[in-house]
Design a protein around this ligand. Structure first.
Ligand SMILES: [Zn+2]
Ligand SMILES: [Zn+2]
Length: 95
């Protein structure tokens, strides 16, 4: 029985996981990247990848900016761009 006792004691002292080690493990595991199978773009969140595949990936950009001609896949992106594009143009026109 003595030998068994010794073994269990040794086993208990084996895993030397300090708080720092555990934090390192977590840190290494954190950046799980969900990659798009079509274009290879990586996303940290699965929901972002799904949104990309649904809205962006393989979608032809049909909305083009009337000011600079840049093309966008979705109208909301174009409207967002238009705001900054207009501001830029106004800025250059005032010079
Ligand atoms: Zn993609
Ligand atoms: Zn533009």
């Amino acid at each position: 029985m003595l030998t068994k006792d010794k073994q269990t004691k040794e086993k208990k002292s084996l895993p030397r996981l300090t708080v720092k080690n555990i934090e390192n493990l977590r840190y290494k595991r954190r950046p799980v990247i969900h990659k798009c199978t079509r274009c290879g773009k990586g996303y940290q969140l699965e929901t972002s990848l799904r949104r990309h595949q649904r809205l962006e990936c393989g979608v032809e950009p049909r909305q083009s900016c009337q000011i600079c001609g840049k093309k966008f896949t979705h109208r909301f992106k174009l409207t967002h761009h238009l705001a900054s594009c207009r501001r830029k143009r106004e800025y250059y026109e005032t010079i």
